[in-house]
Design a protein around this ligand. Structure first.
Ligand SMILES: [Zn+2]
Length: 80
């Protein structure tokens, strides 16, 4: 099961959550283990293996991390 890094926006703690991809994509709120706040944000980390076929947008400010975040993270730098 993949693990995801989250940061709590209430107490600023970072924690790792293991959940299935369908669970992750369901958009269910993740609770902070420290303060139980659901004001948590997924921290996007560069994937260990980046597919070259992703063809990162060179203008994407995230491209330097190895993969364009496209529209998935809502940065608006995806293909037009
Ligand atoms: Zn918290």
């Amino acid at each position: 099961m993949p693990a995801y890094d989250y940061r709590c926006q209430t107490c600023s703690s970072e924690f790792e959550v293991q959940m299935s991809i369908p669970h992750k994509e369901s958009g269910q709120a993740v609770s902070c283990p420290t303060c139980e706040s659901t004001a948590t944000k997924h921290l996007y980390r560069p994937a260990a293996m980046v597919s070259q076929s992703r063809n990162p947008d060179p203008h994407c400010r995230h491209a330097m991390t190895g993969s364009c975040c496209a529209a998935a993270s809502g940065c608006g730098c995806g293909p037009v």
